[in-house]
Design a protein. Structure first.
Length: 489
């Protein structure tokens, strides 16, 4: 790497904490032993182009296979017309009226599916990597490019420093940055500080007036519809929080660690959904799933998070798995990857194994917890729970964008869920969870022109979602090459 390390000696040591998620386990990094070095890249290592679009006018995908995202069988030989930012029309090839200035893209052998939605991620602050809790919104520009590069056209920032997430959403909407459209949860509601500095709002007592005022702020100042509560919140406070939210036409999604997916807490508190499918103290059953379905509680699966807490990906694919993986290598800064390749990932994973041991060790092993989550996905799908699909990027080895494909592969190859059903979870079901299904998440006329177009047929081979030919967001054809090597400040 020919980047300038201002303090090279310290760089490697400091960077072994790469990917430590500021937003969730900030307390693990609050003992600062040294400042991390600034890495400035040579212009020759950077993309000379700015992130942009290849085409912003009307596009016609010709003779393409369409997966609608709502579980329908793939439709062969379709034309898809995108115009004015929207999916304008779909029909058998050759039957659509198209504008004269349309750009025609040959779709034979390709599959068009809805753009992916990551329903659980946290944009990172600073520019030093995941353990920089600072408020500077710079690393997140790389996160956003990585998401879009991987075909993620909408993402839910499920807990952050509110201004960081809201600024990112608004800058994207204003056209200042490239990335997916964002929905945000704003602050973490907690009864004790767990997340990063600035990201927590404490609700120590079930005081409906105080809680309501905090919700009003989230709604009116930050445009939040669904807030996040976090691992330590008491069920009494949660019950009041949910009631206050529902009174304001707001919702609550919660990460309750040992009790993620617990149907009785759902029934007690009426929370809207669980943010994870992992870390249950007791293996959940079909009866638990039926109770959740009856209560109408959704669950966002983040099985890929166990790549961090059990080191599953390292065990399955080895330390070199990022090499030759364009969804990682083309968009992750070399100083992250260099640290990873020098064993930083291993060191990071060891820290998380220690956290898992401390929290769950005498109840369930990390491998058992992962096996539970893998099995639970299928149980939930089979018993009618609305299950979405997320990642919890950025934990160590949970890469922005790429981890959506990994999560889908886990669903198909390990949980035994059909590819089409998995794609539905990653698109339409996520849109329903976020209540944006009238905007995006499936392929039908009138929705935003958010499309992932891949070589092959993901309905037969889920890994084909990685073979990305085109990404459209709001009807515009993304210049994917322009999203790579953008490691500027
Ligand atoms: Zn999270």
């Amino acid at each position: 790497m020919s980047a300038h390390h201002l303090k090279l000696g310290a760089a490697i040591g400091a960077l072994i904490t790469l990917g430590l998620p500021a937003a969730t386990f900030g307390q693990a990094s609050t003992i600062v032993s040294e400042r991390e070095p600034i890495v400035v890249y040579d212009e020759s290592e950077l993309n000379p182009a700015r992130p942009g679009y290849a085409w912003e006018g009307a596009s016609l995908l010709q003779d393409v296979r369409v997966i609608d995202g709502r579980g329908g069988a793939p439709a062969e030989g379709q034309d898809v017309l995108l115009a004015d930012g929207r999916i304008h029309a779909i029909g058998p090839s050759g039957t659509l009226d198209v504008p004269a200035d349309v750009r025609v893209l040959e779709g034979t052998g390709l599959t068009a599916m809805p753009g992916l939605i990551d329903a659980h991620m946290h944009l990172q602050g600073g520019w030093r990597g995941g353990n920089d809790n600072g408020p500077r919104p710079l690393t997140l520009k790389w996160d956003l490019l990585a998401l879009l590069y991987a075909g993620v056209t909408h993402a839910y920032d499920i807990g952050n420093i509110p201004d960081r997430a809201a600024d990112a959403r608004d800058i994207l909407a204003a056209g200042g940055w490239m990335g997916p459209d964002l929905t945000i949860a704003g602050t973490y509601f907690e009864t004790a500080p767990v997340g990063a500095v600035g990201s927590n709002t404490l609700l120590p007592v079930p005081d409906a007036t105080y809680i309501g005022a905090q919700l009003d702020s989230m709604k009116s100042v930050y445009g939040v519809e669904m807030v996040k509560c976090h691992s330590g919140i008491s069920s009494q406070v949660l019950r009041v929080l949910v009631a206050a939210a529902h009174a304001r036409q707001m919702r609550v999604v919660c990460d309750l660690w040992h009790n993620n997916g617990n149907p009785w807490i759902a029934r007690q508190t009426h929370l809207d959904g669980y943010a994870h499918n992992t870390f249950m103290a007791k293996a959940p059953t079909a009866e638990d799933a039926r109770l959740l379905a009856a209560e109408g509680t959704f669950v966002i699966a983040t099985t890929v998070l166990m790549d961090t807490f059990s080191g599953a990906r390292l065990a399955q694919e080895g330390i070199d798995y990022t090499r030759g993986n364009p969804l990682i290598r083309n968009v992750q800064p070399p100083h992250y990857l260099e640290a990873h390749d020098r064993g930083g990932l291993v060191a990071s994973l060891e820290r998380y194994a220690a956290i898992t041991e401390a929290i769950l060790g005498d109840v369930v092993s990390p491998d058992e917890a992962r096996a539970q989550a893998v099995a639970w996905n299928k149980i939930m799908v089979d018993n009618g729970v609305l299950v979405g699909l997320g990642t919890d990027a950025t934990y160590p080895s949970v890469w922005f964008g790429e981890s959506m494909h990994r999560e889908m592969e886990i669903w198909v190859n390990e949980s035994g869920i059909a590819p089409l059903r998995t794609i539905q979870a990653a698109t339409w079901d996520n849109a329903r969870i976020l209540k944006i299904d009238d905007r995006t998440g499936s392929i039908r006329p009138g929705l935003e022109g958010d499309l992932l177009v891949v070589e092959g047929n993901p309905a037969e081979n889920i890994s084909d979602t990685r073979n990305i030919r085109y990404v459209f967001t709001n009807g515009k054809l993304v210049d994917r090459e322009s999203l790579t090597r953008q490691w500027r400040f």
